[in-house]
Design a protein around this ligand. Structure first.
Ligand SMILES: NC(=O)c1ccc[n+]([C@@H]2O[C@H](COP(=O)([O-])OP(=O)(O)OC[C@H]3O[C@@H](n4cnc5c(N)ncnc54)[C@H](OP(=O)(O)O)[C@@H]3O)[C@@H](O)[C@H]2O)c1
Length: 301
């Protein structure tokens, strides 16, 4: 029987709880592909999963183990009935949902073909792997913001992965965008065409809270304005007539294709901090948790 290696948590407890296990290869069913993973970034959601946040919220019920890793890039190793992607196609995507036994920190992954997109030729797979989750989160967050029509938007966590993409995509929808980040992030934020602040004061038409500042970010919205957060399971309370919403990213291969194309053209800031082998995933989690990292640690199985 052929097997593959994959990273999981049985009892959550931070990086020390991550185990690499060997499991049987699964063939893709109708409409599915099996992807040989080339790269899988470490995202905040992975730290939260390993730390038990989603178990505590009642969103994870796996009895054996929970898979880590949401987004990836790789090549199609097998295609199920009804899938017209040739073997060897370079693809990227993300696995939706918290409650699953396997994730993208793995040598292989089976998922719906409609959740993946082809990677443009001039985009390497490591860089491409950093786009699916955070690019689609940003795009779907901007959907919730709607058209800006010249209104003023504050983006917290503007130097982060989601925040950086929101800076670009919100301007395309007509928002006058200001990014809030550390002083050393000013060139990055302004380089994407946004205004910059290290200490936002209240009064914004809308706040995209990509730093998950929650009620502190709601306080920056003007009366009757709009707040869009990034933690759908823990929404801050509304106040002063403010509409409170939160993005809950969903896989979308067709839309991802456009985001990968934008990244390949340098229009979206896909960033890699370091590439690490699967066996060093716990170290990558520890380093990422320290904060201040720009770009992703990317696991290479
Ligand atoms: N709902 C969904 O579907 C969904 C999907 C993807 C991501 N998310 C969430 O979206 C958030 C952003 O993700 P990401 O991948 O963009 O993370 P990231 O790349 O780590 O960026 C987060 C940014 O926020 C900044 N930040 C964090 N705490 C801050 C604070 N107290 N004050 C000011 N700045 C602060 C960080 O700055 P420093 O590094 O300097 O601290 C960093 O620049 C995470 O909470 C993630 O879980 C949600």
């Amino acid at each position: 029987m052929s097997t593959f290696r994959t990273a999981v948590v049985r009892t959550p407890g931070g990086p020390e709880a991550i185990e690499i296990i060997e499991v049987p290869v699964v063939e893709p069913g109708p409409g599915q592909v099996r992807v040989e993973i080339a790269a899988a970034p470490v995202d905040p959601v992975d730290l939260a999963t390993a730390g038990g946040m989603f178990h505590e919220l009642g969103l994870i019920h796996q009895s054996e183990h929970t898979g880590l890793g949401w987004e990836f890039a790789g090549t199609v190793a097998a295609a199920g009935p009804g899938v017209d992607l040739p073997l060897g196609s370079r693809v990227a995507g993300f696995v939706g949902g918290y409650d699953r036994d396997y994730g993208a920190y793995a040598e292989q992954l089976v998922l719906p073909a409609s959740d993946v997109a082809l990677v443009p030729e001039d985009l390497d797979l490591v860089t491409a792997s950093t786009v699916p989750l955070n690019g689609l989160t940003a795009a779907q967050l901007v959907d919730l913001l709607g058209d800006g029509e010249g209104r003023r938007l504050l983006v917290t966590g503007a130097a982060g992965m989601v925040g950086g993409y929101v800076l670009v995509l919100a301007q395309e929808r007509g928002w006058r965008v200001t990014g809030s980040a550390r002083a050393e992030d000013e060139a990055f934020v302004r380089g994407l065409g946004a205004e910059f602040t290290t200490a936002a004061t209240p009064g914004w038409d809308a706040v995209a809270d990509c730093a998950a500042r929650q009620e502190h970010a709601v306080a920056l919205v003007r009366d009757g304005g709009l707040f869009v957060g990034v933690w759908p399971g823990i929404r801050p309370a509304s106040e002063r007539g403010i509409t409170v919403d939160a993005v809950d990213a969903q896989p979308d291969g067709a839309r991802l294709a456009g985001l990968l194309d934008a990244a390949a053209r340098g229009h979206l800031p896909a960033r890699v901090h370091a590439v690490v082998p699967l066996d060093d995933v716990a170290t990558a989690h520890r380093e990422f948790a320290k904060g201040g990292v720009r770009g992703r640690y990317v696991i290479q199985p």
